[in-house]
Design a protein around this ligand. Structure first.
Ligand code: CA
Length: 240
C-alpha cells in the first residue's frame, strides 16, 4: 500500500509535464509489438517508468516479482490470456490496480474483465489521452471500481461501464462513438480538430482520412439527439 500512497502523492495534475509521475512504475502486458511500443513511449513521455511483457507468462512473473503501481493488461495474449493473468494475480493476493484492454465490443468481455479482478477496462481502439486519464484515476483511487461519470449538458457518460445517458435515457454507442464522445467531453470547452480525433481515437498509427470522423460524429449526434457537439467552421468539434 505504501507504493500506492506514493503514487497518489505523485498524481497532482500539473498539465502533464511529466514531473508528477516520476518514479511511478507501470507494467504493460501486450503482445502486439507496435501497440506495446506506442503505449510505452507515450507513458514514458508522461514520466512513467514502463516495463513491457510480451506474453502472459512474462507478465505474470514480472507482476509477481516487481512492485508496480499499475498494470495495463491486454486480454488477448499468447499462452496465458489476460483474464487468467488477472485472476492468478488476485489469487496470489497481488492488489496492484489493473486496467484491462479488451479487443471485442461486447458486454460479456467487460463483465468478465471485472469479474476476474480487473479494476477498469478499456476497449480497443482507445484514445491515448483516455488511457492516461484512466490510469491516473485508477491509481488515485487505489484500484477500487468506482465508476467515473463525466457530464456535459444533458449527456452523461460512465466511463468504467461505457454507458451513455441523455436526459436519463440510455443510448447505445459503439466503442468508437463512445471513445469520440469521451474524448470530446474530456476536452470540454476546447476546439478539437478532426485530425486530433483521428490520432487519439483511432489506432495509434492510423493514417486514413479525417472525414471518417465526420461519419462517426454524425452517427453520434443522431443517437444522442442532443446539441452538445458543436461543429466549428474550419476547425473541428467542441463540446460545451
Ligand atoms: Ca494482444
Amino acid at each position: 500500500m505504501g507504493l500506492l500512497k506514493v503514487a497518489e502523492e505523485n498524481f497532482r495534475w500539473n498539465g502533464g509535464s511529466g514531473c508528477d509521475t516520476v518514479g511511478v512504475r507501470v507494467l504493460v502486458v501486450e503482445d502486439e509489438v507496435r501497440q506495446a511500443d506506442a503505449v510505452r513511449r507515450g507513458l514514458e513521455a508522461e514520466g512513467f517508468a514502463v516495463d513491457v511483457a510480451g506474453n502472459g507468462t512474462d507478465g505474470l512473473w514480472l507482476a509477481t516479482e516487481q512492485p508496480y503501481d499499475a498494470i495495463i493488461l491486454d486480454v488477448m495474449l499468447p499462452g496465458i490470456n489476460g483474464y487468467r493473468v488477472c485472476a492468478e494475480l488476485r489469487r496470489r493476493s497481488i492488489t496492484t490496480p489493473i486496467l484491462m484492454l479488451t479487443a471485442k465490443d461486447g458486454e460479456l468481455d467487460e463483465a468478465e474483465a471485472l469479474e476476474t479482478g480487473a479494476d477498469d477496462f478499456l476497449s480497443k481502439p482507445f484514445s491515448y489521452v483516455v488511457l492516461v486519464a484512466r490510469l491516473r484515476a485508477l491509481m488515485r483511487r487505489g484500484g477500487s471500481t468506482q465508476p467515473v461519470t463525466l457530464v456535459a449538458g444533458n449527456v452523461e457518460v460512465e466511463t468504467t461501464r461505457r454507458r451513455c445517458q441523455v436526459d436519463g435515457r440510455e443510448v447505445n454507442l459503439t466503442a468508437r462513438e463512445f471513445a469520440i464522445l469521451e474524448y470530446l467531453i474530456r476536452r470540454r470547452g476546447e476546439v478539437v480538430p478532426k485530425r486530433e480525433i483521428v490520432e487519439h481515437v483511432w489506432d495509434f498509427a492510423y493514417d486514413g482520412e479525417d472525414n471518417v470522423v465526420e461519419v462517426h460524429v454524425s452517427a453520434l449526434r443522431r443517437k444522442l439527439a442532443s446539441p452538445i457537439i458543436e461543429t466549428i467552421r474550419g476547425g473541428g468539434y467542441r463540446v460545451q
